[in-house]
Write a protein that binds this ligand. Structure first.
Ligand SMILES: [Zn+2]
Ligand SMILES: [Zn+2]
Length: 384
């Protein structure tokens, strides 16, 4: 309570006892800006000072209260207004509704407060920016969606049709994407049709243009099914044709199957990223196929014409005499058809010599004889 507090309110505001109402108002504005808690965060002294300034101004701005204060050295609500409240204001609550902030940007309060003024106007422009950001309720394009899809090895080569369950926004069937129904308007519930909302920041309260109705107090008759967004969220089965030759990482665009736009904006696209499954024999590397083929010791030594599997069926491969493990052969254009280049990749076949166990003495004798006839040391070069 300000009641018996014997503070010198003139001193608090830095004005003479003879100061005009206008001088008091100017002094208050200057000091309030300087000591405002939002300009001096965490500064308890500034906060106390600010409260004192507020109290002083509360009394001195009001001629009746000022007269009483001048006469008795204090002001008491009970004395001034027996039984009455203090103009609907709670103790300790600071009402800024009478405070004209427009002057803060004009620089009318003198150079010394330049810094604090900057802080203040920044503070306010921040709110107004925030206000504006919430304001636009116009058409907006929908977002693109991306789905990763695993497809079988053979489906990737031959192509397939997938039925995907895609969770996406789609145009609201009730308002056909517009967000409102009919041409009527309803009172804005945000501001009770007043066009203004009040906002509190610390101890300050001030009025802003209602962000929902932008100050008109009225809203278009908003569609109940989509709450005015013009789109609803639901699962949809989307049929996607995967063309032959899809690779791991292929990105397929399905136009218009992304999220619907807001309030009638265009829909985004759906992107399908494929991941090709593995196969026990064939390995996809882009458009090429890689595989290993086992050959026998005699085939490796003598050479042979063998059959190898390809994605089209069997193909013949000539193994030349003296083929070691790891030797790679290329079967041209036996890989996967690339739809973009209309060209097939290759198949690479790596031979792997399979050595049997030979428990019989005849085979062992034969190999010993083979070794005697072929004494070359394959490791000889390693020790030079
Ligand atoms: Zn709707
Ligand atoms: Zn409103």
């Amino acid at each position: 309570m300000t009641g018996t507090d014997q503070k010198d309110y003139y001193k608090a505001l830095g004005v003479k006892k003879s100061a005009s109402a206008d001088d008091i108002r100017k002094a208050y504005r200057r000091l309030a800006r300087k000591h405002h808690p939002d300009v001096n965060p965490g500064d308890k002294a500034a906060e106390d000072k600010f409260k004192t300034i507020q109290q002083a101004y509360d009394i001195l701005k009001d001629q009746k209260k000022r007269d009483m204060y001048d006469q008795f050295g204090f002001y008491s609500e009970a004395g001034a207004y027996p039984g009455g409240g203090a103009a609907g204001r709670g103790p300790g609550g600071f009402d800024f509704s009478g405070f004209d902030f427009s002057g803060a940007q004009g620089g009318g309060a003198g150079g010394k407060q330049g810094h604090q003024e900057g802080g203040f106007s920044d503070l306010f422009s921040q709110f107004f920016r925030q206000d504006q950001q919430q304001a636009p309720r116009q058409a907006q394009p929908g977002e693109d969606l991306e789905y990763n899809v695993d497809i079988e090895f053979w489906d990737a080569i031959k192509g397939t049709t997938l039925r995907l369950n895609v969770a996406r926004h789609e145009p609201c069937p009730q308002c056909r994407g517009g967000g409102n129904i009919g041409r009527g308007s309803v009172a804005c519930a945000e501001c009770n049709a007043s066009g203004q909302v009040s906002q509190s920041v610390g101890a300050m309260r001030f009025n802003l243009t209602c962000p929902r109705c932008q100050g008109s107090g009225q809203l278009r008759d908003v569609c109940g099914q989509c709450a005015g967004e013009g789109r609803i969220y639901r699962n949809e089965t989307v049929e996607v044709r995967i063309p032959p030759g899809a690779q791991s990482g292929s990105r397929l665009r399905v136009a218009g199957k992304g999220n619907a736009g807001q309030r009638g904006g265009p829909a985004g696209d759906l992107y399908i990223v494929t991941r090709v499954g593995s196969h026990p024999v064939f390995e996809r590397k882009g458009d090429d196929i890689h595989m290993q083929i086992p050959i026998t010791v005699p085939e490796a030594i003598l050479g042979a014409a063998i059959e190898v599997p390809t994605i089209d069926g069997k193909a013949r491969l000539k193994i030349p005499p003296a083929t070691s493990s790891g030797k790679r052969f290329r079967l041209r254009e036996k890989g996967v058809l690339n739809r973009r280049t209309n060209h097939r990749g290759d198949q690479f076949v790596e031979v792997k010599i399979v050595v049997p166990e030979v428990p019989d003495e005849a085979s062992k004798a034969m190999m010993s004889e083979f070794a005697n006839l072929n004494p070359e040391d394959p490791r000889a070069g390693l020790f030079e």
